[in-house]
Design a protein around this ligand. Sequence first.
Ligand SMILES: Nc1ncnc2c1ncn2[C@@H]1O[C@H](COP(=O)(O)OP(=O)(O)OP(=O)(O)O)[C@@H](O)[C@H]1O
Length: 362
Amino acid sequence: MTEQNAGELELSQLVKIYDPASELRAVDGLSLRIAAGEFVTLLGPSGCGKTTVLRTVAGFETPTSGSLTLDGKNLLRLAPSRRPVSMVFQSYALFPHMTVRENVGYGLKAAGVKSRELTERVDQALATMNLTPYADRAPAQLSGGQQQRVALARAMVTRPQVMLFDEPLSNLDAALREQMRLEIRRLQRQLGTTALYVTHDQAEAMAMSDRVVVMNSGRIEQAGPPTEIYRRPASRFVAGFVGRANFFEVQRQQVDESSAEIQLWGASYRVPAHSRTREAREVVLLVRPESLRLVPDAAAEGPAAAVVSAAVFMGDRVEYELSRGEQRLMATVMDPAEAEIIPEGSRVRMDLVPERSWLLPA
Ligand SMILES: Nc1ncnc2c1ncn2[C@@H]1O[C@H](COP(=O)(O)OP(=O)(O)OP(=O)(O)O)[C@@H](O)[C@H]1O
């Protein structure tokens, strides 16, 4: 691999304390290795430290302690402008008095790239982002989506080893956001650039990332591919933060490291289990809405019985809200026939898909 294409980023034991008097750790001993060319997303609630991590990699913040290396070289010693890193902001941060072409070429000009090469590279970046017809416009004459594409073109034209994204799609409408997710991902793959992306939108994180890092209070709760985060969450926090979740308190007999026998609703099920359930005193069963089965049954009673309190038709699926005493549960049924849609007020018997359920420490 060439120097240009490498880009393994390693964050080790990063700590950031903004205000020594309060001792609040915005980032609390975070370690993360991001492979060259990998797309990693930091996901978590407001204030969990995502932006601080990103800004530390960019060089806009200095960590209180810890190390940061790129391909083994210490990044902390380099000023922000000397780091082979570029950042795309939520607010686009374009220069309003410059044309699109000038905005995109700005970094190359500052780096002293000669005018012929500069023109070629800018033209290429504009073409990649479908911006050629807008080259001579001012940012104010573009839509939000077009402005964000200018910001992307400006970030990629300097051929950074790492691209940082700070909630870049938050200001766009839903349809455009979905389209831009794919565009950013395609561009990142094509360039082979390492990407660190910050969002609090879990769908965005799932759709774009090789790996999702779920953060809470400055620490990593779990890091893994989207399927693992969704299907095999390590904690109740992760399960509840990523996707929608029903939790049931259950008794269990551990079968082995990765499965357990549980009793629920008067039946026994064998379910996959987190390895830490072996030592845990209390466990909880996660059942995603699409793994909760409903059987209409006017005579249903006992713990498996519930009442449909809402049935919402979403086109490709129906989303049910169920009530069982005080508890509110969610069930999703994909693409049901018209006659299969269960009306509000109906009694149902619940069943679960055991292999799609997941036992975790409470
Ligand atoms: N410049 C600053 N000075 C003091 N405290 C700060 C500063 N920036 C962030 N913090 C605090 O550090 C913690 C982490 O903030 P950070 O912005 O990294 O979180 P975040 O996960 O990106 O949140 P959001 O999703 O709301 O942007 C918060 O408690 C925040 O109040």
